[in-house]
Write a protein that binds this ligand. Structure first.
Ligand code: HEC
Length: 129
């Protein structure tokens, strides 16, 4: 396993530990939400029924197969690499680090080098119904 993935898995485990204290878990989620709105909100919506932007609606993204948001035409590269797969923290970590490394030819233009920020973004995606 890649070192940065291990760090993020560890950070996610720490995030889970924060549930023991409801206040800090809530604060963490609020921070994560703000980060996601700033970094992803230009291209993505997050609540069910919200419109598609440049990217697909991400509601329930961890509870459905990759590439199955309603009303969005995914790129060929995305469909070839991710058809039938499910997102989890490890795959999302790779995706946010470098989408091209997960799906060559994807049209998502975003990269996040900071493992802490990726951990927060994944925490937010996990909270989406
Ligand atoms: C510049 C626009 C843009 C930004 C910014 C962006 N995305 Fe995307 N995202 C896309 C596009 C476009 C796709 C579809 C990719 C394809 O079809 O190749 C996508 C796909 C995804 C998917 C796959 C969804 C599915 O239905 O399987 C996830 C997860 C995702 N993005 C998460 C994020 C997160 C989290 C952020 C912020 C940290 C982010 N994206 C920032 C444009 C963007």
């Amino acid at each position: 396993m890649h070192a940065s993935v291990r760090r993020t898995v560890a950070a996610t485990a720490l995030g889970m530990a924060a549930f023991a204290n409801p206040c800090s878990a809530q604060d963490e989620l609020a921070t994560a939400r703000k980060l996601a709105l700033n970094h992803c909100g230009v291209c993505h919506t997050f609540q069910a029924g919200e419109p598609v932007r440049q990217g697909p609606n991400l509601s329930g993204v961890l509870t459905r197969a990759a590439g199955t948001a309603d009303g969005f035409a995914y790129s060929d590269g995305f469909r070839k690499a991710l058809a039938g797969k499910h997102w989890d923290a490890t795959l999302l970590d790779r995706w946010l680090t470098d989408p091209q490394s997960v799906a060559a030819g994807t049209v998502m233009l975003y990269r996040q080098d900071d493992p802490e920020k990726r951990g927060l973004l994944i925490r937010f995606l996990e909270s989406l119904q």
